[in-house]
Each structure stands twice: as structure tokens, then as C-alpha cells.
Design a protein. Structure first.
Ligand code: PHE
Length: 452
């Protein structure tokens, strides 16, 4: 492999991959999206299918993506090129990583608008706007933000600048340190808040909602949403995990690392559900009210909590940082490629991509207000992009990458890469991926598309 294709840097400890990958996985998807997805899709039915998807689709596909990412030790585009040049795979596969990078790029454009909401709420928390607030006031504060393109643009821009500055650095340096502090603090805070929510909120209704379901609630739409969200939440199918894996130590067990990442990701999502939903039920906020759910319910809790001004500010700060560590991974594929292949400085590459993200985000945020009349298949641009990436692009890339790994790479190469202590574990993963995850992804995606 020519020198210029080799990755720039390596995680100095095996744990750093787990931290960086968890940083990518844990983000707005867990704290903002998961509670409202559960709410919109019937509670227990969605949670049940979602957990199955994580275990039998998300985890095997994540392992496949990471194994592929570590195999050549280059950025995803050069990895696939290298495999093709060595005649291991056919030329047709070389377009897949571009699709993955595109998914990350598109997601970041609306993700940064939502991260902008968190910034706006952070500022309001600091100022004490939520002290003594109720659900009506927070609802109108949220609505006011959505109806103000100028304010959303300001915060969206701030977030894009933060992303450019962060991705401009080498990810093997500061990122893991940030996540190392961020994750435990975030988890502790969510545990604390969930205890508070269970004291002031309607915990009984939450538990019934989360853990009971009717089989007829499991519609094609619910199943497709669950798979799409599993991909989104685990950052699968957009090349971020693929790119991070290139920096991973060869001694680390991929299966173990990925299982830990899936565990942390699920824990954070469920905790977020246990924080948000009891409040939603006790405040009589509509459970299916969608993207506003977290942003409306939490400030009410902070507003009535002693020291809530500070607690709220700290919470939104953590949310912003979690979003940032996810956002970094969305650009990593193209940034590492431009850097390794064309010697473009990381900062320059990040700036170039960041400008594109900023423009697309501008369209997204305008579609929530001034351009709200313009719809694509009945969705405003913001929602259309969310649906297109989660329900179409991510499943397609995930299916392609899985087929590439399971059916095109030599089994011995994968065995060497996975180094499982027990050979049965390798067989288990390989067979589940080949005979279960891939067919099920195909079926769910196609039936979901027909049913949506
Ligand atoms: N997994 C992130 C979250 O849950 C979102 C993400 C999507 C991150 C795509 C990287 C790539 O918020």
C-alpha cells in the first residue's frame, strides 16, 4: 500500500476506539430523536422491534463495517479501492463509500440545525428563561425559535463552525479525551434526571407505554422506522465508524468493542426515554408531538427544579457536546480521504465540506418556516432529508456494505480481522449477518418503502 494512503495516526489505546465510536453513536439521536420516535410509533411496539434490530441487525452490521474499516488501515474510499486493486472485490463496489460519505454529509446538514436548537436552549437556560416555566410557555418558546429563521441560522452557523474547528483537528488526539469525560457525566446526569422525572412525572404510564404492546401495532412503517433509527443511532451506513476503525489497534477485539458501543448507545437512549416520557405524560403533552417533545418537556422540569437554571444549562451543554462528537464522525470519511489522498490540510477539508453543510442546513431551516409551503412527497425539505437518509440511504449503504463483507471478502481475511477468542463467536456473527441481517434488511426496507 503506497505510503500516502496510510491513515494519519492511530488510537494510542484500544479503549480510545470504543470512546470515539461511542461519541459518534451517542448524540441527538438518543436524547432528542429516540423519545419522540417511541412516542410516534406506539411505545412498546417500537421499543421491542428497535431492540431486536439493534441486536440482530445493528450489531452484526456494525461489526462488519468496523472489520472492513480496519482491514486496510486507510480511509474508507481508499480501503475499497485497495481491495479492488488487489482483485479481492469488483470495481462496482468503489462507489459505496462515496454514498456513505454523502449520507453523513446530508445528515449533518439538518443535524446541525437541531444542535442549533440545543444551543439556543442552552443560552435561554443560562439566562434563567425557564425558571418557573410551564408546558405552554416552553411550547411557545420552541415555536418562536422555529419561526425565527434568523435565530436558527445564527445557532446553526455557530454549530457548523464548532464542527469545522473540531474535525480540523486529528480525531485520534482530542476527541477521545472529550468523550471520556462527556459520556460518564452525561450518563450520570441522565440517571439523576430520570430519578427526578419518576418522582414528579407519571412513571406508571411511562412503563406501561414502554413495555407493553399489541402485535398489530408492529406495522411495516414501525419496523422500517426502527431499523432506520438503529442505523442512525449507531452511526452505521455513513462511513464514520468505517473511518474510525482504520485508527483502531489490531489487538482489539472488534466484536467486543462493538458490543460495548451498542450497549452504551442503548443505555443512553433508554435513560433519555425515562427522563422525557414521565414528564410528557404528567404534563399532558401529546406523546406523538414529534421533534418538539424533548425540547418542550425538559425545560419544564428544569424550571421547577431547585438550581434548575444551572442543571438545565449543564444538560444542554452536554447535549451540544454529544452532538458535536457525533457530527465529527459524519465528516470524517471525506476529510480523511481529502487529507490522505490529496494532502489537503484537515482544517481546509473540513472548511470546504462545512460550507456545503451550512448551505444545505440553511435550506433545511428555512423549510421549517418561510419555505414551509414547498414539499417533497408531502414533506418539508427538513423532514424529507431526515426520512430520505434514515429510511433510504442508510439502509441501502448498510445492505451494500454487509453484502460486500459477508459475500465478497474471503472468510479467512475476516477471521484474521475479527480475532475472536472463541471460533464459535465468529461463526455466529458470520451466519447471522449472512443469513439473517442481510435478508431481513432487504425485506424490511422493501416492505417499508411499499408501506410508507
Ligand atoms: N449516531 C448519532 C446520534 O445518535 C447520529 C449520527 C448519524 C452520527 C450519522 C454519525 C453519523 O445522534
Amino acid at each position: 500500500m503506497p505510503e500516502n494512503r496510510c491513515v494519519q495516526g492511530i488510537w494510542s489505546s484500544p479503549w480510545l476506539f470504543i470512546l470515539a465510536a461511542s461519541g459518534s453513536a451517542v448524540g441527538l439521536g438518543n436524547i432528542w430523536k429516540f423519545p419522540y420516535m417511541v412516542g410516534e410509533n406506539g411505545g412498546g411496539a417500537f421499543l421491542f422491534v428497535y431492540l431486536l434490530c439493534l441486536l440482530f441487525v445493528g450489531l452484526p452490521v456494525l461489526i462488519a463495517e468496523v472489520a472492513l474499516g480496519r482491514s486496510v488501515r486507510a480511509n474508507p474510499i481508499d480501503t475499497i479501492n485497495d481491495l479492488h486493486e488487489r482483485r479481492i472485490i469488483k470495481k462496482a463496489w468503489v462507489f459505496v463509500p462515496y454514498l456513505a460519505g454523502l449520507a453523513g454529509f446530508l445528515i449533518l446538514s439538518f443535524y446541525s440545525v437541531i444542535a442549533g436548537w440545543a444551543l439556543a436552549f442552552f443560552e435561554r437556560s443560562l439566562k434563567g428563561v425557564f425558571v418557573g416555566t410551564d408546558e405552554y410557555k416552553t411550547q411557545s418558546i420552541f415555536k418562536g425559535l422555529i419561526e425565527s429563521p434568523a435565530e436558527m441560522l445564527l445557532w446553526h452557523s455557530v454549530f457548523v463552525v464548532l464542527v469545522i474547528l473540531a474535525v480540523g483537528q486529528s480525531v485520534t488526539k482530542g476527541l477521545a479525551v472529550l468523550v471520556k469525560v462527556l459520556l460518564p457525566v452525561l450518563i450520570l446526569m441522565l440517571i439523576g434526571l430520570s430519578i427526578y422525572s419518576s418522582l414528579v412525572g407519571d412513571v406508571e404510564q411511562t412503563l406501561i407505554f414502554l413495555f407493553s404492546w399489541n402485535w398489530n401495532q408492529i406495522t411495516p412503517n414501525v419496523v422500517l422506522s426502527a431499523v432506520g433509527h438503529a442505523f442512525f443511532s449507531l452511526s452505521i451506513g455513513m462511513g464514520g465508524m468505517f473511518a474510525y476503525a482504520a485508527y483502531m489497534s489490531k489487538h482489539m477485539s472488534i466484536a467486543r468493542a462493538c458490543t460495548i458501543v451498542v450497549g452504551i448507545d442503548s443505555l443512553v437512549a433508554i435513560l433519555a426515554g425515562l427522563v422525557v416520557l414521565p414528564l410528557v405524560f404528567s404534563l399532558n403533552i401529546a406523546i406523538d408531538s414529534g421533534p418538539s417533545l424533548t425540547f418542550v418537556s425538559l425545560p419544564v422540569a428544569f424550571g421547577s427544579l431547585p438550581g434548575g437554571q444551572l442543571v438545565g444549562a449543564v444538560f444542554f451543554l452536554l447535549l451540544i457536546l454529544a452532538a458535536l462528537t457525533s457530527a465529527i464522525s459524519m465528516l470524517e470519511l471525506f476529510v480523511s480521504w481529502l487529507h490522505e489522498r490529496f494532502y489537503v490540510g484537515r482544517f481546509k477539508a473540513a472548511l470546504l465540506l462545512g460550507i456545503g453543510v451550512w448551505f444545505l442546513g440553511l435550506v433545511s431551516l428555512l423549510s421549517l418556516n418561510d419555505w414551509g409551503d414547498w414539499t417533497i412527497f408531502g414533506y418539508v425539505f427538513f423532514d424529507a432529508l431526515d426520512k430520505f437518509t434514515s429510511l433510504i440511504l442508510l439502509p441501502i449503504v448498510a445492505i451494500l456494505l454487509s453484502v460486500l463483507v459477508a459475500l465478497n471478502l474471503p472468510r479467512s481475511m475476516l477471521e484474521n480481522e475479527l480475532i475472536t477468542r472463541n471460533p464459535k463467536h465468529f461463526k455466529w456473527w458470520y451466519n447471522v449477518l449472512k443469513f439473517f441481517s442481510i435478508p431481513i434488511m432487504l425485506v424490511i426496507t422493501i416492505i417499508g418503502w411499499i408501506g410508507v
